[in-house]
Design a protein around this ligand. Structure first.
Ligand SMILES: O=P(O)(O)OC[C@H](O)CO
Length: 443
């Protein structure tokens, strides 16, 4: 495998997939581009606002049309189908775990190619954020909606339970102790509020692994060569799932599946008082009918010394079948979304990090964060996180399938009572062949 030999994962951009100069738009009239994305709610509304702003400023030159593709999984699936012969978009938003597949698809123009052609200054991009999307020091896509997971609390429920609403729990033990005070039953013995409730989302398992400073896959999270195995069945992960099952058995945790939409609705409806979610849900959560507090993503053990991984999604410019004007028009829009003013709007509306360091210095951002300190937690957590292969996260071409297998193990252990170590081991083993098949296919 040529690309695996050096880094395990970087492939070239493919023939002809290099960036055109700005002159590609000269004399072309209006270039229309289609952008596939997966943003809903407040996030979708904010993306539309920014896109309208760009289109108004580029009338007669570039027009961006947004095409909502439901969610991250569906957006990547639509792209995979289009690669087989359908119509590809000019630009698409791909979640973090699609990164390796996108590189391997060899149908996009690496962002680095545009950066080099324009001598575009990337020093304004947060290094941890650029680090996730960089393979062999080459940036393949431009980070856009960048997140980390947070712990969220219902501050009103904390106050009512006699807990300090300004002290979110930081470890599994602390969550359990707080959940005992936060769980409320009615006169009939039915639980009206669970202390804790989080989706059995694979992303959370990936995060706990990184927070413990461990690698989710070999070798060094696929950053030192193409990954061949997932390290699911660690002692920490077994401890985590054992704890989670115990929380459910004690009636302290709401039973949820892996769909974060269900976890979000439960928290907003007051069914649980502590949850886990992306920073990108903060904009929507602040519209709940109670005071929302944010805390760092919790640790399994107080001594865990790693940090969370960058999440969210990045922007990929399609080159396959596209002329220079379309590629260039996509890049112009990407640069607009990356700008500090766009990122200040994006951050303050949604809760996603500003990928631009400069955005944090804008008046609009400073005033917003001063008034709404919940927005500071994610920034501090990002700044505290040291870049390492653990915090860069794992790269697999079949990472969406890997996440699904982890979710199956989480559900089997927490909801169906399967032995956690067995559930995690079975899930990891179920991936051996699909990972091998994928790696063989890109050799
Ligand atoms: O909910 P988001 O956008 O922060 O994304 C979370 C994960 O990183 C998606 O893989």
């Amino acid at each position: 495998c040529s690309s695996a030999a050096s880094s395990g994962s970087s492939g070239s951009g493919g023939d002809g997939l290099s960036a055109p100069a700005a002159s590609a738009l000269d004399g072309k009239g209006e270039t229309d581009i289609t952008f596939w994305h997966a943003m809903t709610g407040t996030n979708g509304e904010t993306l539309k606002k920014l896109t309208d702003q760009f289109n108004a400023a580029n009338q007669g030159k570039i027009k961006v049309t947004l095409a909502f593709k439901n969610n991250y999984d569906d957006t990547l699936s639509a792209y995979k189908n289009a690669l087989k012969g359908g119509e590809l978009p000019d630009l698409l938003q791909v979640y973090d775990i699609g990164t390796q597949f996108m590189i391997d698809s060899k149908a996009t123009v690496p962002a680095q190619s545009f950066i080099d052609v324009d001598s575009y200054d990337v020093s304004d991009i947060q290094p941890n954020i650029a680090g996730y999307y960089s393979i062999d020091n080459k940036l393949y896509s431009m980070p856009f909606n960048t997140s980390m997971p947070l712990l969220y609390i219902n501050k009103d429920a904390f106050a009512k339970a006699g807990l300090d609403p300004n002290k979110p729990p930081a470890t599994l033990d602390e969550i359990m102790a707080d959940a005992k005070k936060l769980t409320v039953k009615d006169a009939g013995g039915n639980t009206t509020q669970y202390g804790f409730g989080a989706s059995l989302y694979g992303w959370f398992l990936e995060q706990w692994t990184a927070v413990a400073g461990a690698q989710y896959c070999n070798p060094d999270n696929g950053r030192k060569g193409r990954a061949t195995a997932a390290n699911f069945a660690s002692d920490n992960n077994v401890k985590l799932l054992t704890w989670w099952k115990d929380m459910v058995d004690q009636g302290l945790a709401l039973k949820l599946d892996s769909d974060t939409k269900n976890g979000d609705s439960a928290f907003v409806a007051g069914k649980d008082a502590i949850t886990l979610e992306s920073t990108g849900s903060l904009g929507d959560f602040t519209k709940a009918g109670f005071q929302v507090g944010t805390g760092f993503y919790p640790k399994i053990n107080a001594s865990d010394a790693g940090g969370p991984i960058i999440g969210g999604a990045s922007l990929w410019i399609v080159g396959k079948g596209k002329d220079d004007a379309h590629k260039r028009a996509s890049w112009e829009f990407v640069k607009f979304l990356e700008s500090k003013d766009s990122q200040a709007t994006w951050h303050t509306s949604t809760g996603y990090f500003p990928v631009s360091k400069g955005a944090l210095d804008t008046d609009v951002d400073k005033q917003w964060v001063a008034a709404k300190p919940q927005f500071q937690t994610a920034i501090t957590q990002l700044q505290n996180t040291k870049l390492s292969t653990a915090t860069q996260g794992c790269l697999f071409g079949v990472m969406p399938q890997v996440r699904k297998a982890a979710e199956n193990a989480m559900q089997a252990a927490v909801l169906q009572g399967k032995d956690p170590k067995q559930a995690l081991t079975d899930a990891a083993n179920s991936l051996t062949q699909p990972i091998k098949d994928y790696n063989d296919s890109v050799k």
